[in-house]
Design a protein around this ligand. Structure first.
Ligand SMILES: *[C@@H]1O[C@H](CO)[C@@H](O)[C@H](O)[C@H]1NC(C)=O
Ligand SMILES: *[C@@H]1O[C@H](CO)[C@@H](O)[C@H](O)[C@H]1NC(C)=O
Length: 297
């Protein structure tokens, strides 16, 4: 079975390669399920490149969103969502002055959690509006897409790919709570791989290793709050118990917008590809004035 899975992965990786290889390959149909906000800005570059190589991309976008605007290198399919622009703005913008208020650490923590809960609820409702939109799903199902390109930090696209039985390619910076390691079944030992926000190096002292084990516990709560709705939706739609691990394990290829120039080395699996360089596509030299004022300030 493991061999079968591995073979399937290899076939899918081959398929993706064919998709990307350019004009010689037959054009593919890509369904893009992006994450809101700045996440989309990197993915837009990839979609532009897919279009330049003759592929056809359809981008799903909620009617109210931040950055996903129509462009000539993809088709947009927008869907209705159960909230207004005002509600969306008040949740997304929050209260910027909050950052400067002097409050107790615990108060700040609970406030942040409350905001996060609200934002997660919005995303979950947006996903529900997509997955339970019968006409849209029928239409997408009939369009025979070759692949779903999605950012799994918002696992809606991953659930959609599973629901439509289309291979998924994940495009991401990272996932919290080591879910990327879980989804790729990648070794991720606490003793060697520094965890998110710990500021630990990859050569750790005993106490740094203890910190490395304790930090992720706090984040677990965030993941529980923000990601369980997707398990529920997947279980309802597929009419069986589906875990988040299973949803993420369905990613055929994981394209990480990172690079070991920036991150500590860690074990990787054959379907994890590092493409951090694409964030430098629009590089410009830093202006001398800004650079020196930054360095001396
Ligand atoms: C969360 O949403 C509720 C209702 O939509 C609102 O009353 C509350 O102020 C929000 N809390 C935060 C922290 O944004
Ligand atoms: C997609 O279409 C196939 C073939 O008609 C059907 O068997 C399947 O249930 C459909 N999937 C969804 C999610 O509607």
């Amino acid at each position: 079975m493991a061999l079968g899975l591995q073979l399937r992965r290899q076939v899918l990786a081959g398929l993706l390669l064919c998709l990307c290889i350019g004009r010689w390959a037959e054009a593919g149909k890509v369904l893009v399920a992006p994450m809101e906000g700045s996440h989309w800005l990197s993915m837009r570059q990839a979609v532009r490149e897919l279009h330049a190589r003759g592929h056809q991309a359809v981008v799903l976008s909620p009617e109210i969103n931040i950055h996903i605007k129509a462009e000539d290198f993809f088709t947009t399919k927008s869907y209705a969502i159960p909230y207004t622009q005002d509600q969306f703005d008040s949740i997304m913008k929050g209260r910027p002055d909050e950052v400067f208020e002097r409050v107790h650490f615990l108060t700040r923590f609970w406030e942040t959690m409350a905001t996060l809960k609200n934002v997660s609820l919005f995303f979950a409702r947006s996903c529900e509006a997509l997955l339970y939109n019968k006409d849209l799903i029928r239409d997408l199902n009939a369009s025979s897409f070759d692949v779903v390109l999605t950012d799994p930090v918002y696992p809606c696209g991953a659930v959609l790919a599973k629901y439509l039985s289309i291979p998924a390619v994940f495009f991401l910076r990272f996932l919290p709570c080591d879910l990327d390691a879980e989804g790729t079944a990648c070794p991720n030992p606490f003793s060697y791989v520094p965890r998110l926000l710990t500021m630990n190096p990859d050569h750790m002292t005993f106490f740094q290793r203890v910190k490395n084990m304790l930090y992720p516990l706090g984040l677990k709560y965030i993941c529980l709050v923000s990601l369980t709705p997707y398990e529920r939706m997947a279980s309802e739609l597929l009419q069986r118990e589906v875990s988040l691990g299973e949803i993420l394990a369905s990613g055929s290829v994981w394209l990480f917008r990172g690079d070991f120039v920036m991150d500590y080395p860690r074990p990787i699996m054959p379907n994890m590809v590092f493409i951090g360089g694409i964030n430098c596509a629009n590089r410009k030299p830093l202006s001398q004035v800004r650079l020196s004022s930054f360095m001396f300030s």
